[in-house]
Structures are given as structure tokens and as C-alpha cells.
Design a protein around this ligand. Structure first.
Ligand code: HAM
Length: 432
């Protein structure tokens, strides 16, 4: 076993997986652009207090899962366990409510939670998320849900389900919590130790417990307790969704692990993942901006787990595997040819037109025999080899060899770019 390994719950993203990651990110960026979201980047650590206030003191994330540390100046900080708190902090700190009251932001970045690692659950994981500020209309809820649906359609993750619920507001939710708590108390002996403890602090979370939820099938659900405004908001959200082709199910027991939510909450699940079935989750948080010291601002958002989403894409082989590139390998024959080959490689790499056409160039084993260089070219998946030897240099020519057919031709060096441009007519290459 090597002396050093990645810390428990973390993982290296090796080049083949990094490519898939880039693909996921590129599709997400494309969908965000179409829905009018712009990128924001916030620090990977923030003050501990920000997370305590935003996510809720009694949540598992704050109580058990944060990486907390003190810096040399004695400040209490925490690695961010999620992205919303930092984005809201930035929105307030930079007075975006004045300059950009209706801003829609997205982010891509690592998050940290000291959870027990298992398949699809890491201590450092990546989220791709979005937050939308300043729109209280149910059409904003529907818009976000459609964004999430569009994203998962584009990623071609099979068997996804978008589950939605409303957690009501500070007027109607306490009435529900009272009824739920009474029910939980009358069934307390059935519950696991965790939930017995949770019942007082955070009764909603009991509905989320994998072992206890099935035992509470008769527990009251929140839809019977919504006040008129919350009910109307949720119904309008669904109306908007239906009109625009939204596919969702109403899940009256759906709750979330973070405290900031009001009204609409949702998650995307898939059967492809096993126990860790939530690919993405989010909802409305109309009181959080004010709670963090900003003006009263309605807001909502979501985040997807990138690793989980990639696993779900994997298991059905659904990753759209294409990069549309063609690789030409530059080989040189002889001492005099090596620097010429090197120079040619660098100049081809800097040719914008060739790059736009999807051409990539590799080389650099000029001291090896030609056969060995061509073996490397094949191993790298090159379609063509461009060979420069002493004869070619004298005549200012290059030889281009198709590695698939073995056919080769010699042409004037200054014809090479045009030849490569013609090699794959425009449209033959999939640039998506
Ligand atoms: P969350 O439900 O805690 O929500 O996390 C969102 C997603 O992050 C989960 O559905 C899951 O895919 C992924 N995730 C969470 N923990 C882990 C882990 N330990 N390992 C791998 N993936 C994980 C939030 O974080 C909210 N900030 C979402 C939001 C944004 N709500 C409003 N705006």
C-alpha cells in the first residue's frame, strides 16, 4: 500500500473522469445561460456563525458535519457544507438588492461535510447550484423546477423523479409541527435513538429517517395545515409547471435537512443510486436574506451533487461521450528533424482555425525510432501522423499518414494547414 492516500471520504478525479465532469459542467452552464443565471464564486470557507444562523443550529449538518477551525487570528471559521449561505452573504454584503434586485446566480464548487462515507457520499463533494433573488411569484418556483428538469433531461439521467412539497410558512408550519409532535410522542417507543433525540429539536427530520419513516405512515401531512396563501402559492406553482410540460409528483412527506426553507421544497431522485438517492435538492427560502442582515427578499435555489449525478449517468451508460476532436501526431525522423518537428507542433497548436475545427496536436518523442513514435500516436488515439524527416526538410515538405488506413502523401509544408482543414469538412465534427 502506498504511504499516502487521499483522506477518508475524498477522492481524486483522474483525467478520464475529469472529462466527464467537464461535460456535466458544460451542459449545466448552457442550461443556466438559457434560464438567465450568471456565475458567482464565493470562498470555500466562511465564518462559522454564518452557517449556524443560515442552516439552523439544530440541523445535523451544523451539529455534526462541519469542518470547523480557528485561524491564526482566532476567528471561528468553517469549510462550507453547502453553497446557499455564502451566496446569500455575498448578495447582502455587496448590496446586490440595490444594484441587481432580481439577480439569478449559479455556482460550481467543492463542499465539505464530515459524514460517514459511502457510495455517493463524500466528505468533499462538488455541487452545481443556483440561487434566484427577488421574485416571490410561484412562476419563479416553476421556472427553477423546469430548469432542473431540463438539466436532467439534457444529462440523460434515466429514471429520475422530481418530488415537490410545500413546508408552509412561519404562520402555518407551527400548527403542523404541533400535530406532528403529538403523533410522534404517541409513537415514541417505535423510533430509533437518533429520532427520539430529534423529535424535540427538529420533528420534521423524523419524517426523513430511513428506518423510522415507514413506521410513521399514518403521521399527519403538512398539506392539511397550509394557510390559504401557502396553498395558493403551491397550487399556482403546479399550474405553471403543468402548462410548461413539468413532470413532477407531489410528495407530502418530503422535508429537507436544512432549516431555511419556506413553502416549496423539492428533490430529484433516481432508482439508479441505491441508498443515496437524492441527486439534487432545493426550495424557497423567503426569510433567509433578512435573517442574514439584508432587506426582506424572497429567494429560492437548488444544488445538485455532481458525483452522484455522474454515477447516475454512468450506470445507464448515458454519458454523451463525445468531444469532437481529432488528434494529429507529429513525428520526426533524425537529429535535424527533431527541432523542426518541435517547432511545427507548437505552431500547429497555436493555429486558431485548426483548433476551432477540433484539431489537437501531440508529439515530443522525437529521439525515438519512427515505429516507436507511431506506436505512441496510435496509443494516444491519433487519427493522423505528420512526419518530418531530413528529406522533407530539404524540400520544405511534410508527409501525412492516415493511421487508420496507412495511406500517406507528401505535401508542401505550407499546404499542411489547408490540408488538415479539409481533412474533416465542416459539420463532420461534433462540437457539442
Ligand atoms: P442538500 O440537500 O443538503 O441541499 O444538498 C444538495 C445535494 O448535494 C444533494 O441532493 C446531494 O446530491 C449532494 N450532496 C449532499 N451531501 C453530499 C455528500 N456528503 N456527498 C455527495 N453529495 C452530497 C443543499 O446543499 C442546499 N444548499 C440546496 C439549495 C440551494 N437550496 C436552496 N438553494
Amino acid at each position: 500500500m502506498p504511504s499516502y492516500q487521499a483522506p477518508r471520504g475524498t477522492k481524486d478525479v483522474l483525467p478520464s473522469e475529469a472529462k466527464r465532469f467537464q461535460r456535466l459542467e458544460a451542459i449545466a452552464r448552457d442550461v443556466f445561460r438559457a434560464f438567465g443565471f450568471e456565475e458567482i464564486r464565493t470562498p470555500t470557507f466562511e465564518s462559522l456563525e454564518l452557517f449556524q444562523r443560515s442552516l439552523g443550529e439544530t440541523t445535523d449538518v451544523v451539529q455534526k458535519e462541519m469542518y470547523v477551525f480557528e485561524d491564526r487570528g482566532g476567528r471561528s471559521l468553517a469549510l462550507r457544507p453547502e453553497g446557499t449561505a455564502g451566496v446569500v452573504r455575498a448578495y447582502v454584503e455587496h448590496h446586490l438588492s440595490q444594484t441587481r434586485p432580481f439577480c439569478k446566480l449559479f455556482y460550481v464548487g467543492p463542499m465539505f461535510r464530515a459524514e460517514r462515507p459511502q457510495a455517493g457520499r463524500y466528505r468533499e463533494f462538488w455541487q452545481i447550484g443556483a440561487e434566484s433573488f427577488g421574485n416571490a411569484s410561484p412562476s419563479a418556483d416553476a421556472e427553477l423546477l423546469l430548469l432542473v428538469q431540463t438539466l436532467y433531461d439534457r444529462l440523460r439521467v434515466p429514471d429520475t423523479q422530481l418530488r415537490i412539497n410545500s413546508l408552509g410558512c412561519s404562520d402555518c408550519r407551527p400548527k403542523y409541527l404541533g400535530a406532528l409532535l403529538a403523533f410522534i410522542h404517541s409513537h415514541l417507543e417505535l423510533l430509533c435513538d437518533d429520532c427520539k433525540r430529534r423529535a424535540e429539536r427538529n420533528p420534521l427530520r423524523v419524517l426523513d429517517c430511513k428506518t423510522d419513516a415507514p413506521k410513521l405512515a399514518d403521521a399527519p401531512t403538512i398539506d392539511a395545515y397550509w394557510d390559504d396563501a401557502c396553498r395558493a402559492h403551491f397550487e399556482k406553482t403546479q399550474d405553471y409547471l403543468r402548462r410548461a410540460g413539468g413532470r413532477f409528483v407531489f410528495a407530502p412527506r418530503l422535508v429537507r435537512g436544512l432549516d431555511y426553507y419556506t413553502r416549496t421544497v423539492f428533490e430529484v431522485t433516481t432508482t439508479a443510486l441505491g441508498a443515496q438517492d437524492a441527486l439534487a435538492a432545493g426550495g424557497r427560502y423567503d426569510t433567509l436574506v433578512k435573517q442574514i442582515g439584508g432587506p426582506d427578499t424572497p429567494a429560492l435555489g437548488f444544488a445538485l451533487g455532481a458525483e452522484r449525478t455522474l454515477i447516475a449517468m454512468d450506470s445507464a451508460g448515458a454519458l454523451p461521450a463525445k468531444n469532437g476532436n481529432h488528434l494529429a501526431y507529429i513525428a520526426a525522423l533524425g537529429d535535424a528533424a527533431a527541432p523542426v518537428g518541435f517547432e511545427l507542433l507548437q505552431s500547429l497548436r497555436q493555429d486558431r482555425a485548426l483548433a476551432d475545427r477540433g484539431w489537437l496536436f501531440e508529439g515530443g518523442f522525437f529521439e525515438k525510432k519512427l515505429g516507436a513514435q507511431l506506436t505512441i500516436a496510435n496509443r494516444l488515439g491519433a487519427t493522423d501522423a505528420v512526419i518530418v524527416g531530413d528529406d522533407e526538410i530539404k524540400r520544405n515538405e511534410v508527409t501525412i499518414k492516415s493511421l487508420a488506413s496507412g495511406a500517406q502523401e507528401t505535401l508542401a509544408k505550407d499546404r499542411l494547414t489547408a490540408h488538415l482543414m479539409d481533412r474533416y469538412a465542416q459539420g463532420d465534427m461534433d462540437q457539442s
